[in-house]
Write a protein that binds this ligand. Structure first.
Ligand SMILES: Cc1ncc(COP(=O)(O)O)c(C=O)c1O
Length: 341
């Protein structure tokens, strides 16, 4: 590492820390500029920016991992780049090409290399790319200018004392409309989830499960993560719906379950009335990789899957394989790892 930073790696959480440099690129007159690394972590934008009034903005989240040998690698940044392209199209923002997105991430990681936690700590460097509509505009229409930026923060291992299952309840609120923006990573989806999350937390749940907005009979998301279940005959099952955010972790687990664990996999409806079909369940996403689901409260009854205190064996194996790939201990499928040199 080039510089020493005074960070207590063992006690990192998921909190903002100002790292040294961030990438910023501006779109004006139909094109993105070259982009540059800057020290200033403050943005000055017009009070009439569409990002502030009409939610014309989006974000991504991915991590850089340090391997046992001390190398640094990104996990499937092309998937995040392509998801951001899909999101930008949905809300009429200019696309950031896959190449520009990955180049920006690499520049930010390199410039903040000393913030990439050591392998042994289990901590990682979280990258937050985002696009916002700026410039002065008061009508409900796309912004005249945009900013694409990427910053990074070191974050702690999600499970400090090892993986622990947590419980969820069912939200009576929806996070997305049937043909709305559920599959896009726009901030409005998250603003709408704050209140349901608070209601769940007040009742002692880690977060809530969102059902499909049209019929309220099928599982869509678990907080800000995708759902998966392991059926009693050992199939990996995850919901399919146009209003779910296509999770990079979920699609990676589908591949791992099939190709590494030799399981059958299914992307299909998961009915809330049929939780009994699963022997294990989990929530998956970049932050935790997998959060084992102890139980889901439905109709005033807690449905427990494997156990409220122990992680199921299939969940554990999925986690170990994916986390192993991400930090370079398990051989990755072709194209999943981008080394930061
Ligand atoms: C609503 C929602 N679902 C699922 C996920 C998991 O997606 P990923 O695995 O790409 O982090 C996230 C996190 O990005 C999310 O915000």
């Amino acid at each position: 590492m080039s510089k020493n930073v005074n960070i207590d790696w063992a006690n990192l959480g998921f909190d903002y820390i100002k790292t040294d440099l961030r990438y910023i690129s501006r779109w004006k007159d139909g094109k993105w500029d070259e982009g540059q690394l800057v020290e200033d972590n403050m943005l000055t934008i017009s009070e009439a920016s569409t990002a502030l009034h009409y939610g014309q903005q989006c974000f991504e989240g991915l991590k850089a991992y340090r391997t046992k040998e001390g190398k640094i690698q990104l996990f499937r940044p092309d998937r995040n780049a392509n998801r951001m392209i899909d999101t930008c199209r949905r809300i009429l923002m200019p696309e950031v090409s896959v190449e520009k997105f990955i180049d920006a991430c690499i520049q930010v990681v390199k410039a903040n290399e000393h913030f990439v936690p050591p392998y042994e700590t289990g901590a990682t460097l979280y990258l937050r790319p985002f696009v916002i509509g700026v410039g002065s505009n008061i009508g409900v229409k796309p912004a005249p200018e945009y900013i694409f930026s990427v910053f990074c923060i070191p974050v702690g291992p999600y499970f400090k004392g090892g993986m622990v299952p947590v419980n969820f309840n069912i939200s009576e609120y929806d996070r997305a409309a049937p043909y709305g923006t559920g599959a896009a990573k726009v901030g409005g989806n998250y603003a709408g989830s704050l209140y349901p999350h608070e209601l769940a937390a007040k009742k002692g749940f880690a977060d809530c499960v969102y059902l499909d907005p049209a019929t309220h009979t099928k599982i869509e998301e678990v907080g800000a993560a995708n759902f998966f279940g392991i059926t009693k005959d050992n199939k990996f099952v995850t919901p399919k719906s146009p209003s779910i955010l296509p999770s990079v972790t979920k699609y990676s687990l589908l591949h791992i379950a099939k190709e590494y664990l030799k399981m059958e996999v299914e992307e299909r409806d998961v009915f809330i009335d049929n939780l009994d079909e699963f022997k294990e369940a989990g929530a998956c996403g970049t932050a935790a990789v997998i959060t084992p689901i102890g139980g889901i409260e439905y109709k005033d009854k807690l449905h427990v899957f494997h156990s409220e205190t122990e992680v199921g064996p299939v969940t554990k194996e999925l986690y170990n394989t994916l986390y192993g790939i991400q930090r370079g201990d398990v051989e990755a499928p072709e194209g999943w790892i981008v080394e930061v040199k």
